[in-house]
Design a protein around this ligand. Structure first.
Ligand SMILES: [Zn+2]
Length: 135
């Protein structure tokens, strides 16, 4: 790996990461605004360190960036280091599948919210509150 591509790669990573933090933040605020504030964030003891965990209702919400989790609609591969990214994103998706299966087996209900869904505030809130009521 040469110096330049390393630099570019870490730049891509850090910009995507900070964007994702903002996505999570906006969802946290959204939930608190509608009174669904009884959740923990980034729960380390659970597989995948879920973004949002409603412990009592056993509902987990992941906010997935279209890039890191390989959204079928929006994933655009970076122009360089294609092999690296393809492997990396493939492994990410595989890890997601394994972790979420594990959570379901532990009795959690697992919801996934894509980055591109975050614009539809109402439908997200509806989806989450429906899951919370069902349990
Ligand atoms: Zn997407």
């Amino acid at each position: 790996m040469d110096k330049v591509s390393k630099k570019v790669r870490s730049k891509v990573m850090s910009s995507v990461r900070s964007k994702n933090t903002k996505l999570e933040q906006s969802l946290f605020e959204m939930l608190i605004n509608v009174g669904l504030s009884n959740f923990s964030t980034h729960v380390k003891y659970l597989p995948g360190k879920p973004d949002i965990v409603f412990t009592e209702e056993k509902v987990i919400v992941f906010v997935d960036s279209c890039f890191w989790h390989g959204c079928p609609k929006h994933l655009r591969m970076p122009a360089s280091n294609i092999d690296y990214w393809q492997t990396k994103l493939k492994n990410n998706k595989k890890r997601d599948r394994v972790q979420r299966k594990e959570l379901r087996e532990q009795g959690w209900k697992v919801l996934r919210i894509w980055e591109h869904d975050l614009k539809n505030t109402n439908s997200i809130i509806a989806k989450i509150s429906r899951s919370l009521r069902e349990t």
